[in-house]
Design a protein around this ligand. Structure first.
Ligand code: AMP
Ligand code: ZN
Length: 469
């Protein structure tokens, strides 16, 4: 498989260090609020990557942190503490906030068919590991104490900016935010490993350390959690493109200084989901969450399909019109799959040809849009129904669009509609007319009659739905 590597700026053959095994690390959410659908775009695409690696026979160990401490809105001791902000907003403790939004994050992931990583580690559970690595960095001369805090000394590195394709503007923002109010730093790009002097007097979570009571910086957690579970060498590190600088740049700096060798071979960055107002954010404009999409009547899987329809290295524009188009496409797709008859034999040659269409697309830097085209090629082909269904089930191990189960459900509901007795069908028509005339009292009384006859009638985005009780 070829993957674009942000380190080399090239599509490279993905070759794990140990044959057949992949160590994969993903920057997890900062659990101070719900994830927005932009964050979830990153997790959907990383999920597809993990599933495709497994699909090709690799044994993947994927680790994700949960950022429940240390993430400031900027890199120096200047921005707000995100967790503290969440706690104040909701009059709860930081740990209550972390617990609530961690659960909410995984509930959203489940709705989007995002598999939970093999290991999930909250940062607050690894304070001893952070202290160990920071102590070693001080010993080796890569870190210094100033104004009470511990900083990483970027001047000790031959090369600090590892992802050279980051725009100058991004670099400036990162550096400016980090330096403006923090006179303790020796170099502009230095970053905090451990805070003891914090502007947050009301900081709830503090731990004892060799440098005084305080708390860790954000960047150190990912390096330490990755090394704790995946060892000294990492095959693949993922995250949203905004994490490339400063977060991932700092992760590389501290990990490689600590280890004394190259740490991670491949860096996978998902580009942003934007709205018409620009970059998606939790504080600006409509706060787009999975729950909001559900409230508006969308199946979360439609959002997954929306993400898969575009390449992960292109920014993606979210509009409701675009999502509506995907909803229609998804509905048609499921109807086409439902219409396939499970008959004939598996035609091996045709199966292999169509299968290759899918793997060629995915092997080419995870081209999910092309993989969806390969799925349509299956539908269009002359292969037997059995061949088609077998291929669709295989592809869906990676796409996770409920292709088979949604088609089964559709067929079941169509059969159920066919079985409706004439008397109930007549009442349904009468209820429709009453609703059209806005006579909701009459519509409700007809619904009760239908219920007495043993049927439930409800309105969905797909129209009136009738089911047997
Ligand atoms: P956070 O919870 O802020 O730590 O972010 C979680 C993940 O979402 C990180 O990998 C970010 O890089 C990613 N992310 C943030 N905003 C967006 C966006 N608009 N589109 C895609 N990914 C994003
Ligand atoms: Zn991280």
């Amino acid at each position: 498989m070829k993957l674009y590597n942000s380190l080399s700026h090239e599509k490279e053959e993905f070759v794990p260090r140990t044959e057949g095994k992949v160590s994969m690390y993903t920057c997890g959410p900062t659990v101070y609020h719900y994830a927005h659908i932009g964050n979830l775009r990153s997790y959907i695409m990383e999920d597809v990557l993990e599933k495709y690696l497994r699909f090709t026979g690799l044994d993947v160990h994927r680790v994700m942190n949960i950022t429940d401490v240390g993430h400031l809105t900027s890199d120096g001791d200047t921005g707000d503490d995100k967790m503290l902000k969440g706690a104040k907003r909701e009059h709860k403790t930081v740990m209550e906030i972390a617990d609530f939004y961690t659960k909410a994050f995984f509930a959203d992931c489940a709705k989007l068919n995002i598999k939970t990583p093999d290991t999930v580690q909250p940062a607050t559970g690894c304070i001893g590991d952070f202290i160990k690595v920071i102590s070693s960095l001080i010993e080796k001369g890569y870190a210094y104490q100033a104004g009470g805090n511990i900083y990483f000394d970027t001047s000790k590195l031959d090369k600090y900016y590892m992802f050279g394709d980051i725009s100058e503007e991004d670099l400036e923002v990162g550096v400016r935010e980090g330096v403006e109010e923090d006179g303790n730093k020796r170099n502009k790009a230095d970053f905090v490993l451990w805070f003891t002097k914090s502007k947050f007097d009301d900081q709830e979570l503090k731990w004892d350390s060799p440098w005084g009571v305080g708390y860790p910086g954000w960047h150190i957690e990912c390096s330490c959690i990755s090394m704790k579970y995946l060892g000294e060498y990492l095959d693949l590190h993922c995250g949203g493109i905004d994490n490339a600088f400063p977060h991932h740049t700092n992760e590389i700096a501290q990990s490689e200084s600590y280890l004394g060798h190259k740490w991670c071979n491949y860096w996978f960055h998902v580009h942003h989901l934007n709205t018409e107002g620009g970059k998606m954010s939790k504080s600006k404009g409509e706060f787009l969450t999975v729950s909001l999409l559900e409230e508006k009547g969308y199946d979360p899987i439609v959002y997954r399909m929306f993400c898969l329809s575009s390449h992960y290295r292109k920014s993606l524009m979210f509009t409701y019109d675009n999502l509506d188009n995907t909803a229609i496409t998804y509905k048609k797709l499921i109807a086409r799959i439902a219409a396939i008859k499970d008959e004939g034999d598996i035609d091996k040659a045709e199966y292999d040809r169509l299968y290759k269409g899918f793997t060629d697309a995915m092997d080419n830097d995870l081209n999910t849009a092309q993989a969806l085209t390969a799925l349509y090629d299956v539908l269009k082909s002359d292969a037997s129904g059995k061949t088609k269904l077998a291929l669709i089930a295989e592809f869906d191990k990676v796409l996770s669009l409920n292709l088979i189960s949604a088609a089964e459900k559709l067929k079941a509901s169509e059969n159920a509609q066919e079985d409706i007795p004439a008397e109930v069908a007549e009442l349904i028509e009468q209820r429709k007319a009453a609703r059209k005339a806005k006579d909701f009292a009459l519509a409700d009384s007809i619904r009760d009659k239908i219920s007495e006859l043993g049927y439930i009638v409800e309105e969905t985005r797909q129209g009136t739905k009738v089911t047997k009780k």
